[in-house]
Design a protein around this ligand. Structure first.
Ligand code: ZN
Ligand code: ZN
Length: 306
């Protein structure tokens, strides 16, 4: 869909647990700048090529690719793009750049070590999980960006916002003149998700405040449809996180609880307790302890003052 002249939103309609991210393509006199590449792997790449074709865009015209964050569904096909168009410029945030070159760093960012800590004998291999669903590539970025950098794409200027929470090196992009905000995985379908090392609950809420200050007209998420009710969407995301916190505080206030007793407050379905429940609950407990609202004594969490 051409949402503004030469500014395309190539929406992927989600089918599975992990499906390719949607892609933005912006045309300028040199060709195309893309935000994200989607998953690698034959089927996903076929889907991506079809999205370009449907809009009359030629994938070999791409000269620049910007990556919002190194989750496989956003950058898995980067190796394919690089092989097809060797002169391509790959742009990533400075904190994310090492991860783009070495996907094993994702183990730390996802805090997978917490799983055997709380579920002795159990492990969760995030790279195995991705490999089964969404091929990963590793490449060296050609250009590093930080908060406040501007990326010019013809008639559009994308300002880089550093927005941790969902992922430590996550960036969002703001096109001020048109009021268009690209938020990657911070808003849209299936979120909010956070781990202590991805920026945690605190990082997530601070990033939402950063969005709020912009007053964007249109939000582009990586998963799901374009968002026009921007204010309401920001409120809902914030409420969802704060409601999780309220539920935890109420449960702890009624009776001191162990980590395992608190997991159902976030996810009633035990399927989600190991992943992503463990890292998400740890994120909340760290925030609440830092704020002096709860205290841990031996294995239980108490309300402060109890
Ligand atoms: Zn993600
Ligand atoms: Zn995603």
């Amino acid at each position: 869909m051409e949402i503004e002249k030469d500014f395309y939103f190539l929406e992927v309609h989600k089918k599975g647990v992990v499906d390719s991210s949607s892609i933005i393509a912006i045309r300028d006199s040199r060709g195309l700048t893309c935000v994200e590449t989607g998953c690698g792997g034959e089927e996903n790449i076929k889907q991506t090529l079809a999205l370009f074709e449907k809009e009359g865009l030629n994938i070999s015209d791409i000269h620049t690719v910007i990556i919002s964050h190194t989750h496989a569904d956003h950058m898995g096909a980067i190796g394919f793009f690089k092989d097809l168009i060797p002169h391509i410029t790959i742009i990533d945030h400075e904190i994310d750049a090492p991860v783009l070159q070495d996907s094993t760093l994702l183990y730390g960012i996802y805090d997978v070590d917490l799983i055997p800590k709380y579920f002795p004998g159990q492990t969760f291999d995030i790279l195995e999980f991705y490999r089964g669903l969404c091929h990963i590539s590793e490449v060296k970025p050609d250009k590093i960006v930080i908060e406040g950098d501007r990326i010019e794409c013809g008639a559009y200027v994308l300002e880089v916002l550093y927005t941790p929470g969902h992922h430590l090196g996550h960036i969002s992009l703001y096109e001020k003149n048109h009021g268009i905000l690209f938020v990657g995985d911070m808003l849209g379908m299936g979120v909010p998700f956070y781990t202590p090392s991805s920026g945690g609950v605190t990082g997530y809420l601070e990033s939402i405040q950063k969005y709020r200050a912009l007053g964007a007209r249109l939000i582009i998420p990586s998963h799901g449809a374009l968002i026009e009710n921007t204010e309401e969407t920001l409120n809902k995301a914030e409420e969802k996180v704060k409601n999780r916190e309220v539920r935890l505080l109420e449960a702890i206030a009624s009776h001191p609880k162990t980590f395992h007793e608190l997991l159902p407050e976030l996810f009633q379905d035990t399927f989600f307790h190991v992943f992503p429940g463990t890292a998400m609950l740890e994120s909340h407990l760290i925030k609440l302890e830092n704020e002096g609202k709860i205290i841990k004594k031996e294995e239980r969490y108490f309300s402060a003052g109890q």
